[in-house]
Design a protein around this ligand. Structure first.
Ligand code: ADP
Length: 264
């Protein structure tokens, strides 16, 4: 794919054809690169839901036989996660086909109900990480819908929470605080008190495969894809993601999204 036609730019038919050929090759090359990248992205994204299903299965194994409530809850939660995995893997494949996903071509978009979704994810994380404290101020998310599919909102929040847990140290507190902004936008800030990010690195955290401290983040299970995926997803739906951080003090990720009031 590195071959290109060398041509003289004299405006004749042949030089225009050569130029077209070279541009096609560029697009092909980019598309091959993106396909490869998406395969990597997809496998990364499977990790957290699989861990949640694993947690529920362990609960089933230990208590499910005697406790119908655990049986019911864990089966339902696992099925839900499996379903989400299925939907999301299909969506990722769709993403690889289109050069970029756009909000308008997303089929059957069901707007996300952020209050319920965030509470549910935090519940799952609390189960997976019982030594963490999650402090929630989510009132502004009640009775609104976000203009993106629920699966994508869930994916974004899970990526950020997964990082907050992974990069926390002694102070295992994670705060989630929502607030309404002007122009029908809502913000969700997710704060941790972990290792933080040096100021000279913060500009790169949304790059694919970028890890601040490779050895340390690999130990934590990081592959450097999560934030790139979160950014691509949220920007597809006209949202924004920002990160602020102080080394050894912690980080705060701010998600800003357009919303509509929920129909009563
Ligand atoms: P990873 O899977 O490695 O966590 P991400 O794309 O989610 O990939 O994050 C990129 C890098 O940014 C991480 O490897 C880590 O070095 C840094 N990072 C992300 N979130 C945090 C956080 N909450 N605290 C400290 N560092 C973080």
């Amino acid at each position: 794919l590195t071959e290109r036609v060398v041509f003289a730019e004299n405006g004749d038919e042949l030089s225009r054809l050569s130029q077209m050929f070279n541009e096609m090759m560029d697009r092909l090359e980019l598309s091959f690169h993106q396909q490869k990248q998406f395969v990597e992205d997809a496998s990364h994204e499977l990790r957290t839901p699989i861990a949640i299903i694993e947690g529920h299965l362990a609960m089933l194994n230990r208590w499910g036989k005697n406790d119908p409530v655990v049986l019911d809850e864990s089966l339902n939660a696992s099925l839900q996660e499996l379903n989400r995995l299925k939907t999301f893997s299909q969506e990722l494949l769709a993403l690889t086909r289109a050069e970029g996903l756009s909000a308008s071509n997303h089929p059957e978009m069901e707007p996300a109900q952020p209050y319920e979704i965030v509470n549910q994810i935090v519940g799952d994380f609390q189960m997976l990480y019982p030594n963490f404290e999650f402090e929630l101020q989510l009132q502004p998310l009640k009775s609104i819908c976000l203009l993106l599919p629920a699966d994508h909102w869930k994916q974004i929040v899970m990526i950020i929470l997964d990082n907050a847990v992974k990069y926390s140290t002694d102070k295992k507190i994670i705060e989630l605080e929502a607030s309404q902004m002007e122009n029908n936008r809502v913000q969700l800030r997710i704060r941790d008190y972990g290792i933080g990010i040096p100021s000279e690195e913060i500009g790169h955290v949304f790059d694919r495969f970028y890890r601040v401290d490779k050895a340390r983040t690999r130990l934590a299970g990081g592959s450097g894809l999560g934030l790139a995926i979160a950014k691509r997803l949220i920007e597809t739906y006209e949202g924004q993601i920002e990160m602020a951080s102080t080394e050894n003090e912690g980080s705060v990720v701010t998600l800003t999204m357009p919303y509509i009031r929920r129909k009563l």
